[in-house]
Design a binder for this molecule. Structure first.
Ligand code: C2E
Ligand code: MG
Ligand code: MG
Ligand code: MG
Length: 279
């Protein structure tokens, strides 16, 4: 039969192509409606100074309430981004996070707000820098109170494309963190020329920090590498006190993870600010 002569992958490929196309169209319509119906919301996870134990920042994490269930970002962000939907959604995230930060500031809690960016938001949106500038003004935030989390590829592509949007944001005083650091290919030589303030060590290296010598060595190397070029280093996904103690020994600056708090609703944060103190 003709079908058996051909590698099975061809049929599968065509099938999955049309399936993902359908999914994309379906999701596209739903994401637009969801923004209108305010089905998206943010959770906030605290980031702490390892030296003082105080809260220095929070990271805004996107959720989608789809009927009864809450959908995690991994299940919709990549699809939404390739469908061009992360530009409106990403603007909504930035605006909502800065509005929340302002409410906390008015209550006397001054914390850095970290917001994740998707690839197309930075690579393809010509007016993104202006949007950030206007949002900061609108919400009365100093540029240094905002941190944008990007991936290694996003920074290097932004620099390679010559658009230098991250450089412009950095020059404005906005902080830039490389998220999931250690999973990409940045070299030490590159790092010192990138418009970046902080490295966030990917949690795969944090998991085995106290049990796997290799993980410990990698984390140690990233911390030294960051410090060598004057970058702050934050460990993500810290779950145990043993991991925290190793990070202190290695002079890591900041930590985030379920040991301190899961991502929380905005109204749960003030009690935590009160209990731990804010830097
Ligand atoms: P990320 O920026 O690296 O965020 C860290 C993820 O690790 C979050 O998952 C967080 O809930 C989870 N996490 C925090 N502490 C722990 C821990 O102790 N143990 C474990 N196992 N996990 C922990 P989440 O919220 O599902 O977000 C997943 C990814 O989705 C984020 O990874 C980020 O890349 C993306 N994302 C989230 N919100 C946004 C957004 O507003 N815009 C964009 N573009 N991407 C977003
Ligand atoms: Mg992040
Ligand atoms: Mg991360
Ligand atoms: Mg991640």
């Amino acid at each position: 039969k003709a079908r058996q002569d051909r590698p099975g992958g061809v049929m599968l490929f065509e099938d999955s192509m049309s399936a993902s196309l359908r999914l994309r169209q379906h999701l596209g319509a739903r994401v637009h409606r969801a923004i209108e119906e305010q089905a998206f919301f943010l959770l906030y996870q605290p980031q702490l100074s390892l030296a003082t134990g105080r809260v220095v920042g929070v990271e805004a994490l996107l959720r989608w309430r789809d009927g009864e269930q809450v959908v995690a970002p991994e299940q919709f962000i990549d699809v939404a981004d390739s469908a061009g939907l992360m530009q409106p959604l990403g603007r909504w995230v930035l605006d909502t996070a800065l509005a929340q930060q302002r409410r906390w500031r008015e209550q006397g809690w001054r914390v850095r707000m970290a917001v994740n960016l998707s690839t197309r938001q930075i690579i393809e949106d010509d007016s993104f820098v202006d949007f950030v500038r206007r949002s900061l003004l609108q919400h009365g935030a100093a540029p240094g109170e905002l941190e944008l989390e990007v991936t290694e590829t996003m920074v290097t592509e932004d620099m390679a494309s010559g658009s230098g949007r991250l450089r412009q944001l950095r020059d404005m005083g906005v902080q830039i963190a490389i998220d999931d650091f250690g999973t990409g290919y940045s070299s030490l030589g590159q790092l010192r020329h990138l418009p970046v303030n902080r490295l966030k060590i990917d949690r795969v290296f944090i998991q085995g920090l106290d049990t796997d010598p290799q993980d410990r060595h990698i984390a140690e190397m990233i911390i030294r590498m960051g410090h060598a070029v004057w970058l702050g280093v934050l460990a993500e996904g810290v779950e145990t006190t043993a991991q925290r103690e190793v990070l202190k020994e290695l002079h890591c600056d900041e930590a985030q993870g379920s040991l301190y708090a899961e991502p929380l609703d905005a109204d749960e944060l003030p009690a935590l600010f009160q209990r731990l103190g804010v830097a």
